[in-house]
Design a protein around this ligand. Structure first.
Ligand SMILES: [Zn+2]
Length: 224
């Protein structure tokens, strides 16, 4: 069993202010309390994670929980803060990867279908969703001798790649597509990073257009 390095278990319920040991069990069983509703910011972070490396599971047959792993501890610490009371905390496994889990919550049920890819419609790639998605799963590449980078994502599933290409174009960017990948043209890349706003902790390297700085920041965050 890996050790919790950030553990949100135990404390006071944000909903009814009673003390609890395990928040998800408190919500499921306490007759005077129930699951607090998620706010828009929770849903944006969840969507961004599910577009990136996140997934859902329900090992105890209860409501689903979100899990996401990264070698970048500051990145997961940032997501932990974004998820607030919904996050259980972060562990580190024997391979050195950091893992975040949330509480089980019925609000995740609607996201089961996202495990096969995001819906083709009825949602938008808002700036906060795109920021989490890019921080989790996007990156920069300098093709050939280019001095300018392209923002790119590896997306192996054909229909998911088509959906994300369309979602990016709906917010004003025109991605190029290869087999297994989409990328933004050089000018679009700079505009996209500006649109996203400040880099979140642990993803600073993905926001720099300068190659040596990119390599330096990337090495630093992975080794920390
Ligand atoms: Zn409560």
């Amino acid at each position: 069993m890996s050790e919790w390095i950030i553990d949100a278990r135990g404390g006071t319920c944000p909903h009814c202010e009673q003390a609890f040991d395990t928040l998800a069990l408190h919500w499921a069983r306490n007759q005077r309390c129930t699951y607090p509703e998620l706010d828009d910011s929770h849903h944006e972070t969840i969507r961004g994670c599910l577009l990136g490396d996140g997934g859902l599971d329900n090992p105890n047959d209860g409501p689903p929980a979100l899990r996401i792993a990264s070698v970048r501890r500051p990145h997961l610490t940032w997501l932990h803060g974004q998820l607030g009371w919904l996050s259980r905390g972060i562990t580190r496994d024997s391979t050195g990867a950091y893992r975040l889990r949330t509480m089980s919550h019925p609000a995740f049920i609607r996201y089961w279908s996202w495990m096969d890819g995001p819906p083709a419609s009825d949602w938008t790639l808002s700036r906060p969703v795109a920021r989490v998605w890019y921080a989790c799963d996007g990156g920069l590449e300098w093709p050939g001798e280019s001095t300018q980078p392209r923002a790119q994502w590896t997306i192996t599933d054909d229909s998911v790649r088509a959906t994300m290409q369309r979602m990016l174009s709906e917010v004003g960017f025109e991605p190029m597509e290869w087999q297994r990948r989409i990328a933004l043209p050089f000018d679009d890349t700079a505009a996209f990073l500006e649109w996203l706003g400040d880099p979140p902790p642990g993803s600073e390297y993905k926001w720099t257009l300068n190659r040596p700085e990119y390599d330096q920041l990337r090495t630093k965050v992975v080794e920390d």
